[in-house]
Design a protein. Structure first.
Ligand SMILES: Nc1nc2c(ncn2[C@@H]2O[C@H](COP(=O)(O)OP(=O)(O)OP(=O)(O)O)[C@@H](O)[C@H]2O)c(=O)[nH]1
Ligand code: SF4
Ligand SMILES: [Mg+2]
Lengths: 596, 386
């Protein structure tokens, strides 16, 4: 066990974690140069395409160090995007050390700090690494000082590397060997293994990624999951190299996988502890379950796909432990699911994965945060779907979630950022200089104001230089009202939204105007209204269609004519019906696309 | 087998109109001669086409009409068009009085030209007039003026043509209802036997499309086009024209026999680059570039570029899609049953009722047709059948 090192790589998004992982895989000969491809551990299509890590991945490497000994190095590459902080915290629990990677040209950013604090909370040994020193505008000295100040270290002890050019990689490995403590634990004690992630395999069922703290695990061990009580015998045991490689056993201190054969997440949850059924020990400290921040309806485009969608969501949940969902119905959309996400980026990823990996044709409604409604009987209920907001005398008070946000920015953008945040009801908490050039601005902001393109706006007013971190602050009472959207006189539940009273009018006008743009003309005139209670606050009309004709006969090209009609018909089929009005899918997202 | 419509494509123009996405080319005068030879070759070869041999050896297939379209057929010499007509007559069994149409550019023909056409057996002329407004003609990229149209029609009459048609385009960017009225008022006194009115479509790849995309020209307003269509309906009705197809009006009995073949979903053969043919069960089309076309014909290679097998279900849909364009005739239940071997109400009952409920279809005892409201909204009905 003295020869084992468990560590993860943490950083702000794009600072080069996955690229460093590539170099470590190469330097240890885990992957040959011929097999190598950039960001090898980003194995999902969507990760490769976006160049972003979404899911943590584990890999075992063998490293012959300068001291002549061979070490088993278990690396976990983590995502850097703010939405996936939860994913990082799970990975941390499986490690004794963390490489904190910082981009030499950008310095400390929001998730550098956020993830560093997570690692310190988890009692990990931190090895700071400045990456991308090859960049012409790299400022390794400045960044080294920032980091040293932060960690109370000597700037000279900060490693300087280029993951892309392969500079300084050996030093990283040596430092890990020297500084990251070997895991403690007793291979002969009863088994305790923490499940920190999982994925689904059609043949092997749920594959649990586990870190063994005590005991050992063989193909003969009858296993029990502490929380769910489910028992099973492993179908396969192994490590990631980075392919799944059978070892048939794992022992205390190691990281590997156990194929369980389970077909759903009900039996085998991330955060649970694997125990020996015949020698049960105490369960380990798991994780708090991920708390979804935004909620949206996901519906199949054609109703018959409902069971397929449920299947897809269940499968996806096996690969994405932070996903949660319950069934819901809507007037225009029929049967679907209310899905909880960690943030907007997470929502986008889930939507894309459903479409691409599960081939689903879906409609996603505008997202909402989770409100609290205090009722006259003193009860407090959660409302994550605006159309469910109670009304009248029954409702005493509405509360909404506020976030604490930190914006890291070069100082010249302070003005525009303040503008942006105040427009969105933000409250200033503080401002602190990181160095002469950059500062951190801290605010409290309603989450509902953040989910409507806040991040994009922030990037645009700071020309991409600002970074953002957020965490839940508190629920606070607000003068919130429900705004209904009526189309041709019928309320469209999936489009209802909860808004601050002062903004209702403005939002109503913008929303009805946007809907007028996206709802195609129908055979009759269609009024679109926004209402609070029985009071109409905005209205527009989509006038009746008068022309829809193929004029010219192209010398017998009947095929072309038919294809045009077929295409039009196809488009019509994808429309959702509210009464007799056809509503295109993008209308359900209109709320996100309003003019400022 | 029903008699065929013969379409002969002339893929040449003197200049390119701004809205045009037809398969036509400018500046290929050097190809005219070899093109006519190739065209005649293709026509003669069609007598042996495997898709048409229903007639038995030695018996030529029957044909009903010839239509020279383009491009600009009148860019060729009458004798050249005559050669092609001759090839058709040799290959097909064509009645002496068969309708033979030539599309003409009103700016480039004179009395002598038309007389010569007449002598070659042409009996119907179609002029691309488009508009009486000089500004609109300029925007469309037309090189002629409306005076040329007046002169052309007069010459046609003098030459003895009793079947003259012309095309107008409406729903143009910037066009007002008044300007459209002026165009109609200029056109009607010429007493054409047939008028085609096309709502402008902004097609991809045309200069007009670029202008609209760059915001230099406004996208044509569909409501304005609808108003213009209504106005035309009223004015042409008063002038005694029958509105027999969505975009076509005629004096009683002067329907375009060639186009009726398309609308009735009957067989036709297209010759020349990009031309389409249909033998009911199969549709095929030719390669598009004239030079390739000529080269292949010279090598006795096939000029077919693509084809589509039309299954029974598709064919029924097409019968509806095309047939409903005929506003008076519509789709006859009897003809549908004869053609497809099923009762229309059995296969399309639901769609017919839905169209009726929306006020777009009229279900008569013997046929279905579009209502006046359905005419300019016809896609909304036709879509349900394909
Ligand atoms: N010039 C230079 N570019 C680098 C270096 N390391 C990484 N990059 C580039 O930085 C970008 C991001 O690299 P990744 O390795 O995907 O970063 P990451 O931290 O894993 O990103 P997330 O997983 O999305 O948080 C890629 O375009 C890399 O090629 C380096 O040392 N020098
Ligand atoms: S004359 Fe006709 S075919 Fe030729 S470019 Fe103009 S519109 Fe097109
Ligand atoms: Mg990465």
């Amino acid at each position: 066990m003295n020869q084992i090192r468990n560590f993860c790589i943490i950083a702000h998004v794009d600072h080069g974690k996955s690229t460093l992982a590539d170099r470590l895989l190469e330097a240890t000969g885990t992957v040959t140069v011929r097999e190598m491809q950039a960001q090898l551990l980003d194995s999902m299509d969507i990760e490769r395409e976006k160049g972003v890590t979404i899911k943590a991945s584990a890999v075992r490497m063998l490293y012959k160090a300068n001291d002549g000994q061979t070490y088993e190095m278990n690396l976990i590459d983590t995502p850097g995007h703010v939405d996936f902080g939860y994913e990082v915290s799970r990975a941390l629990a499986a490690c004794e050390g963390a490489l904190l990677v910082v981009d030499a040209s950008q310095g400390i950013e929001a998730q550098t700090l956020a993830n560093l604090y997570l690692a310190l909370d988890a009692n990990l040994h931190i090895i700071p690494v400045i990456n991308k020193i090859d960049l012409p505008h790299a400022q390794p000295d400045v960044v080294a000082k920032e980091i040293a100040d932060l960690l109370g270290d000597d700037p000279d002890s900060v490693l300087r590397i280029s993951a892309k050019e392969g500079i300084g990689i050996q030093d990283v490995l040596e430092r890990i060997v020297k500084e990251v403590p070997a895991p403690k634990g007793d291979p002969d004690a009863p088994l305790q293994a923490l499940i920190f992630d999982s994925h689904y395999d059609a043949y092997k069922g749920v594959v649990a990624y586990a870190r063994l703290f005590n005991g050992r695990l063989t193909m003969k061990t009858r296993l029990r999951l502490a929380a769910t009580g489910a028992t099973f015998e492993p179908i396969e045991i192994g490590t990631f190299t980075p392919r799944m490689t059978i070892t048939g056993e794992l022992a205390a201190g190691e990281v590997g996988y156990i194929a369980t054969g389970f077909k759903s997440v009900r039996e085998c949850r991330v955060g649970d502890t694997l125990l020996d059924h015949n020698r049960p020990a105490e369960p380990l400290h798991g994780y708090k379950p991920a708390k979804p921040m935004v909620f949206a309806g996901i519906y199949p485009t054609v109703t018959e796909d409902y069971p397929a969608l449920r299947d897809a969501l269940e499968k996806l949940q096996l690969n994405d432990a932070s996903l949660s969902f319950v069934p819901e119905t809507s007037t225009a959309l029929g049967f679907g699911f209310r899905v909880g996400f960690l943030g907007m980026f997470h929502m986008e990823i889930v939507k894309e994965r459903l479409e691409r990996e599960y081939d689903m044709d879906i409609v996603v409604t505008a997202p909402s945060v989770e409100y609290e409604a205090v009722l006259s009987n003193g009860e407090v209920i959660k409302v994550d779907r605006p159309s469910d907001m109670p009304s009248g005398d029954r409702l005493v008070e509405m509360r909404e979630p506020w976030m604490k946000i930190q914006i890291f920015t070069p100082k010249e953008y302070v003005g525009p950022i303040m503008d942006l945040v105040t427009k969105r009801r933000g409250e200033t908490l503080g401002m602190e200089y990181l160095d002469e050039q950059r500062l951190v601005m801290t605010y409290r902001l309603p989450l509902s104001e953040m989910i409507v393109d806040f991040y994009d706006r922030l990037k645009s007013v700071t020309r991409g230089y600002a970074s953002l971190d957020y965490s839940f602050d508190s629920y606070r009472a607000g003068d919130l009202v429900k705004m209904d959207v009526l189309i041709n006189g019928d309320p469209l539940d999936s489009m209802a939204l909860i808004t601050h009273r002062d903004e209702a009018q403005h939002k109503g006008i913008a929303l009805t105007r946007k809907l007028k743009e996206v709802i195609p003309r129908q055979m009759f005139e269609v009024p679109i209204q926004a209402a609070i209670g029985s009071k109409i606050i905005a209205r527009t009309t989509v006038s009746a269609m008068r022309k829809d004709v193929l004029a010219k006969c192209y010398g017998g090209d009947i095929t072309r004519k038919r294809k045009l009609l077929e295409k039009q018909k196809e488009g019509k089929k994808r429309m959702k019906m509210l009464g007799s009005v056809e509503i295109p899918q993008e209308a359900f997202m209109a709320m996100l696309k309003l003019e400022e | 087998m029903l008699p065929l419509g013969l379409y002969l494509h002339i893929p040449f123009c003197r200049s390119r109109c701004s809205y045009c996405d037809f398969n036509t080319y400018v500046g290929m005068e050097n190809l005219h001669e070899s093109y006519v030879r190739a065209l005649c070759c293709e026509i003669r070869a069609a007598g042996q086409s495997p898709h048409l041999v229903h007639t038995g050896a030695g018996v030529p297939p029957r044909a009903a009409t010839i239509f020279f379209g383009g491009g600009t057929p009148s860019i060729l010499q009458p004798a050249q068009l005559g050669e092609a007509i001759h090839a058709c007559r040799e290959t097909f069994d064509l009645p002496d009085d068969a309708e033979i149409t030539v599309e003409c550019n009103p700016g480039t023909i004179d009395l002598a030209y038309l007389r010569a056409l007449q002598a070659e057996g042409v009996n119907r002329l179609s002029f691309g007039a488009q508009s009486a407004d000089p500004g609109e003609l300029r925007m469309l990229g037309r090189e002629h003026g409306f005076v040329d149209v007046i002169a052309a029609v007069k010459a046609a009459r003098t030459a003895g043509f009793d079947n003259v048609s012309f095309d107008l385009i409406f729903g143009l960017p910037h066009q007002s209802l008044d300007s459209w009225r002026r165009t109609l008022n200029a056109a009607l006194p010429l007493q054409p036997d047939h008028i085609s009115l096309y709502a402008l479509t902004v097609e991809h790849g045309t200069p007009l499309h670029d202008w609209v995309r760059r915001g230099e020209v406004p996208y044509p307003d569909p409501d304005a086009a609808a108003d213009m269509y209504d106005l035309a309906e009223e004015m042409l009705g008063q002038a005694g024209y029958v509105h027999y197809e969505i975009s076509n009006w005629c004096r009683p009995g002067r329907e375009c026999a060639h186009n009726l073949i398309y609308w009735r979903n009957e067989p036709y053969l297209g010759f020349g680059p990009g031309a389409h043919s249909s033998s009911i069960r199969r549709r095929w089309w030719n390669i598009r570039r004239p030079a390739d076309y000529i080269a292949r014909i010279e090598r006795s290679a096939s000029v077919e570029m693509g084809s589509e097998d039309i299954d029974e279900r598709t064919s029924r849909g097409e019968t509806m899609m095309m047939g409903l364009r005929l506003l008076q005739e519509g789709v006859s239940y009897a003809r549908f049953a004869q053609r497809h071997g099923v009762d229309i109400r059995e296969v399309f009952g639901e769609q017919l009722r839905a169209g009726q409920a929306k006020g777009l279809l009229e279900l008569l005892p013997d046929r279905a047709r579009l209502t006046p409201r359905g005419r300019f909204l016809s896609n909304q009905v036709m879509m349900s059948f394909v």
